[in-house]
Design a protein around this ligand. Structure first.
Ligand SMILES: Cc1cc2nc3c(=O)[nH]c(=O)nc-3n(C[C@H](O)[C@H](O)[C@H](O)COP(=O)(O)OP(=O)(O)OC[C@H]3O[C@@H](n4cnc5c(N)ncnc54)[C@H](O)[C@@H]3O)c2cc1C
Length: 382
């Protein structure tokens, strides 16, 4: 892929930051359950958090293409950040497109500087992947809204300042899609409660159940128009899929690079194991599939930036990237033999995250359903 001078310069900044805060630093933080704050602040200082925010709101006015390149390169260094996905890669994408000027002026410059951090809440235990079945409600009361409900698995809610949350302003029975609205909720508001949900995952972020117990927010906390949430959502969920695909590709390359280095050095039966076709071919195949996915993901991000329909590309890229990354993870584990299972080799910790992406933020089956219906024109899947 031919990158612009500016994109190459951004990647050089990421390489520099990754040299200061390498995977070793990230892993120590993740294992200690601490957020890698110095790394986050370095990204903020370098303008990375505001890359896709318009210049008039304090950002660089670039796009998802650059954001995805950053996610990919950070992951290639073994430094995946879910908050970079759910904040700048999802919530801020929606706000930049659909919030009022007033809301954008209030939130985006601070977000660009890293002073306000955003998480995103759509998932609920009872609705699962069926977003239209969410039960969180927002009811108007004078010039305020009152939000009630519980979101589940919310990444980074302890570190975030604000939650962009999906709520029902009209019941499912009356308005399936046009009953959803988006709100920005200050997580310090009275009535917000966080409950840590311990996960089997090596990550820089924790997940939380976030309960909104009659949380009052002002009228201006509503993003755009009431009832237009479903329409706005995919301007965030498609970027999220593209960002996650980018992280999967980056982690896949990281795993593959480590597998290749090990396969060159490790000698059994008098030859480096990388000399065996049984090892070399799966490594080569994983490389092909990762780079194919990278090209498609780049195309998906560019389609979004050109304001074209990005859904087909975003879903195809997400499935392709995660499959390729899982393939790379599996061969990396195979190549390392028993050492793959040794904590000091830090391989299974990478697999956990790659495997997560098969299920979240959108399950592989749901993405395939989308492709079946919207790309191939098949009947809606059951
Ligand atoms: C570590 C982590 C971080 C997360 N962070 C966030 C976050 O920050 N914000 C947020 O809102 N959510 C977050 N989530 C939630 C995540 O988006 C959901 O877990 C994911 O969308 C899957 O939903 P579910 O867990 O309810 O699975 P379910 O909907 O219960 O689905 C379970 C499985 O059933 C199958 N399935 C379901 N429906 C279909 C169908 N129609 N066709 C075929 N197969 C189907 C799929 O295999 C799927 O994996 C996070 C989850 C995890 C684990």
């Amino acid at each position: 892929m031919r990158l612009t001078e500016e994109q190459n310069a951004i990647l050089a900044v990421i390489d520099h930051i990754a040299a200061q805060f390498p995977r070793r630093y990230w892993l120590e933080k993740a294992r200690a359950g601490e957020f890698p704050e110095e790394l986050w602040q370095a990204l903020a200082k370098a303008g990375i958090l505001g890359l896709a925010i318009p210049e008039q709101y304090g950002g660089s006015g670039l796009g998802l293409t650059e954001m995805a390149l950053v996610q990919e390169r950070l992951a290639e260094h073994g430094i995946p950040l879910l908050l970079l996905v759910v904040g700048p890669g999802l919530s801020l994408m929606i706000l930049a497109k659909h919030a009022s000027d007033r809301m954008k002026s209030r939130l985006l410059p601070a977000a660009s500087r890293g002073e306000r951090v955003f998480c995103f809440g759509i998932t609920e235990a009872n609705a699962g992947s069926n977003t239209l079945r969410i039960a969180t409600t927002a009811e108007r009361d004078g010039n305020e809204w009152v939000l009630t409900g519980t979101k589940h698995f919310i990444s980074g809610a302890d570190r975030a300042d604000d939650l962009v949350v999906v709520a029902r302003t009209r019941p499912y029975a009356l308005e399936k899609r046009d009953g959803l609205s988006l709100f920005v909720v200050d997580l310090k508001s009275p009535g917000v409660r966080l409950k840590w949900e311990p996960m089997h995952l090596t990550a820089a972020e924790h997940q939380f159940q976030v309960t909104l117990d009659h949380v009052r927010v002002p009228d201006e906390a509503l993003v755009g128009e009431e009832g237009a949430g479903w329409q706005y959502l995919f301007d965030g969920l498609n970027p999220e899929r593209i960002n996650v695909a980018a992280i999967a590709i980056g982690l896949g390359r990281h795993l593959l690079n480590r597998a290749v280095a090990y396969a060159r050095e490790r000698v059994v039966f008098s030859h480096p194991i990388g000399a065996h076709q049984g090892i070399q071919h799966p490594l080569a195949e994983a490389k092909i599939h990762l780079e194919l996915a990278a090209v498609m993901n780049h195309y998906a991000a560019a389609a979004y930036d050109r304001q074209e329909e990005a859904g087909p590309w975003a879903n195809m890229a997400k499935v392709g990237a995660v499959d390729a990354a899982l393939e790379a993870a599996d061969i990396a584990i195979e190549v390392h033999g028993g050492n793959a299972f040794s904590e000091s080799y830090d391989l299974l910790s990478l697999w956990e995250l790659v495997r997560l992406f098969k299920t979240a933020p959108v399950a592989r089956e749901l993405a395939l359903n989308y492709i079946g219906e919207h790309v191939l024109g098949l009947p809606k899947a059951l």
